[in-house]
Design a protein around this ligand. Structure first.
Ligand code: PRX
Length: 656
């Protein structure tokens, strides 16, 4: 976060109480009710979760142990049998919701589709039967590389239905990144589309899959299932590639949901960490189902009449938990939109809100800051009166953006929920419950019932109010990640031993710096590790550095985040070249393009600065703090006593 933003957050004193008419109808109606729930959960978390699991979800077989905690490995609802696709679909068919809209979809070119629970169930069953026909069985991993079309959600639910863990790979990732993830997960099948529409262009998804699989690039992949979306010409490899619409004709719509063990793997989702290799975050079935169900219900205060819209992509955890699983488990109407605001249609989000009378809207601060820049006339010229609740996620929201959201989009009527969480946590951890907790712009307020969070130092001791520290969680929760796929040691080291355990007590280290104010409200400042947050997308600096040094011209690279008004952070790369290369703009562009090819467009460096040498400590470590300050245009004359060669700094400054 930039210094100006930190300053404005530190000064923030405004308090907004939940509107009375909102609270009266809310699931959790006032602060006392929240406190009671919180205290009840704190006193006996297992009992709290078990009661909810019993009343809110359908189980094929009840568990015999609520929590088996062998730090840092947790098992929830041990020996319980459950299927999340059953909870998202089948159980609603027995109620009036059978013909309720489950999924409303708006395509970028303006086409649209609505699927009722009965229709969605039918398609999911057919899809699941096609997967079976292609040899996918329980336990096989399936890669999903899709645009934002209903089939993305259908594919996820179909995998869950037959017990095949999915790994969704964001459609903006390159062939290279796709291949790495398919290899790590040892995926047996890939589901993709001929293409997708993004910003008035076609994204050639199938081409990327072809590239990823070329020369036996991911040998575990036996088949590719292709959904028709854009209808452009693509290559179909005989024996390997199959059209979904062809196979759909021949399968039945009867596919009972497989009873899964509560701890069976539901999905792997790759996310960036401090090393070059993204981590496969593992989520399992029962606990994740319960956690996303409860958080969706209480945080979004879902009502059966609501149209709920989360603008994330299903390629990220927000899409998993709050477009697909959480809302559908609650029997809600979830909206999915293929487009993103683009120069040809800057008001498209507000058109969607108006067209479908959206009641609950959940987006990212980076989008809000972009809307501010586009101008008030876009939202103001649409009817947004259906909105009753607004949410944000992905990065700290600066109070100015919060106020704009409140005034211009919410018309000062709608509570704002600033939800802090991570891929690893499965669902929202710290957030206002909108009918119960007063909000302060820039604060994600208080922990969800059952979440014991605190701010601590690196020894694990709680720090005093308003003192900065590390955000940590003190007790397991049902939605927590279970491990890093194939690397339990990395899981232990990264999350549970960063703060050394004391007397058998383990703390979950989130990697975020934060403080708690005198009211116990949490204020998250941002990552404290080598992870940067670009437009709400999480990227590891090492990942980008590895991509840069894989180019023959690059000898050494150091990547830092530079504060950016819209994106939160921008990627800034310092690069030293191999002797026979000349620093020029052409090479800069080549290197940027190279990163796009290695990772994807989301990782394109905003700026590259060539330098003869990096500022290093005497032990040879790059001094990133100096580079961050340099990128931000700040003074770096301060503490440079550990710097090996001070002349490097002068040269770097000259490069401005
Ligand atoms: O730094 C925090 C930031 O996003 C990180 C998690 O990123 P990811 O796993 O990609 O998940 C994003 C969507 C859940 C966190 O470590 N972050 C997320 N939400 C907030 C936030 N920072 C401040 N306020 C938030 N509400």
């Amino acid at each position: 976060m930039s210094e100006a933003n930190i300053e404005s957050i530190l000064q923030e004193k405004r308090l907004f109480s939940p509107p009375t008419d909102f609270s009266e109808k809310a699931h959790i109606k006032n602060f006392q009710d929240y406190q009671q729930l919180y205290e009840k959960a704190k006193a006996n978390p297992e009992k709290f979760w078990a009661e909810l699991a019993e009343t809110e979800l359908d189980w094929f077989q009840k568990w015999d142990t609520i929590l088996d905690w062998q730090p840092p490995f947790a098992k929830w609802f041990v020996n319980g049998k459950i299927n999340i696709s059953y909870n998202c679909l089948d159980r609603h068919l027995k109620t009036w919701r059978k013909n309720k809209a489950a999924l409303i979809w708006e395509g970028e070119p303006g086409d649209s589709r609505t699927l009722t629970y009965a229709q969605l169930h039918r398609e999911v069953c057919q899809f699941a039967n096609v997967l079976k026909q292609l040899g996918v069985t329980k336990g096989d991993r399936v890669g999903i590389y899709m645009p934002m079309i209903p089939e993305a959600a259908i594919a996820m639910l179909a995998c869950a239905r037959i017990g095949a863990p999915h790994t969704v790979i964001f459609g903006g990732f390159s062939a290279e990144a796709l291949q790495n993830r398919l290899l790590d997960a040892q995926a047996k099948l890939v589901i993709t589309a001929d293409g997708g529409f993004r910003k008035d262009k076609i994204v050639a998804l199938k081409e990327q899959v072809d590239q990823a699989l070329t020369n036996n690039g991911a040998p575990s992949v036996e088949n590719v299932l292709v959904v028709e979306r854009t209808k452009q010409k693509i290559h179909m490899e005989a024996g390997r590639d199959h059209w979904w619409h062809d196979l759909q004709q021949s399968v039945s719509a009867d596919c009972p949901a497989e009873p899964m063990d509560s701890e069976d793997l539901l999905f792997i989702l790759y996310t960036s960490g401090t090393t070059g290799k993204p981590k496969g975050v593992v989520h399992t079935t029962g606990g994740y189902n319960l956690y996303t169900h409860m958080t969706t219900k209480w945080i979004f205060d879902l009502k059966d009449t609501d149209v709920y819209w989360c603008t994330a992509d299903v390629g990220w955890i927000t899409g998993h938990s709050y477009i697909v699983y959480g809302p559908l488990s609650n029997g809600a109407t979830t909206l999915m939109y293929e487009g993103v605001p683009r120069s040809s249609n800057l008001g498209c989000f507000w058109d969607v809100v108006e067209k479908y009378s959206v009641n609950i809207f959940y987006t990212a601060p980076t989008a809000i800051r972009a809307f501010i820049k586009m101008g008030e006339h876009h939202p103001k010229s649409r009817n947004l009166s259906s909105l009753r609740l607004l949410g944000t996620v992905g990065e700290p929201i600066n109070p100015e953006a919060w106020m704009w959201y409140h005034k211009i989009i919410g018309n000062q009527r709608c509570p704002i929920i600033d939800t802090w969480w991570q891929t690893e946590t499965g669902g929202v951890m710290i957030t206002p419950l909108p009918g119960a907790i007063s909000t302060k712009p820039g604060s994600c307020t208080l922990p969800f019932p059952g979440i014991l969070a605190d701010i601590v130092d690196l020894e694990g001791n709680p720090v005093s109010d308003n003192q900065g520290g590390y955000l940590a969680v003190k007790y397991p929760w049902p939605g927590m990640m279970r491990t890093v796929y194939g690397d339990p040691d990395r899981f232990r080291r990264t999350y549970w031993e960063h703060i050394p355990p004391k007397n058998g007590k383990y703390l979950y280290f989130a990697g975020d710096g934060a403080r708690k104010d005198e009211d116990g409200y949490f204020w998250v400042m941002g990552r404290v590790d080598d992870v940067i947050n670009v437009s709400g997308h999480r990227l590891g600096t090492m990942e980008i550095e590895s991509a840069l040094v894989s180019h023959p011209a690059v000898a050494e690279a150091a990547v830092v985040g530079k504060p950016d008004e819209i994106k939160g952070e921008e990627i800034f790369a310092f690069v030293t070249l191999e002797g026979n290369y000349t620093a020029n703009d052409d090479l800069k562009n080549q290197l940027k393009q190279h990163v796009v090819q290695e990772i994807g467009a989301i990782a394109r460096p905003g700026d590259i600065r060539f330098t003869d040498a990096m500022p290093k400590t005497r032990s040879g470590k790059i001094m990133r703090r100096l580079l961050r300050n340099l990128a931000a245009g700040q003074d770096v004359s301060g503490d440079t006593s550990t710097l090996e060669d001070r002349s490097v700094l002068d040269k770097l400054r000259e490069g401005d």
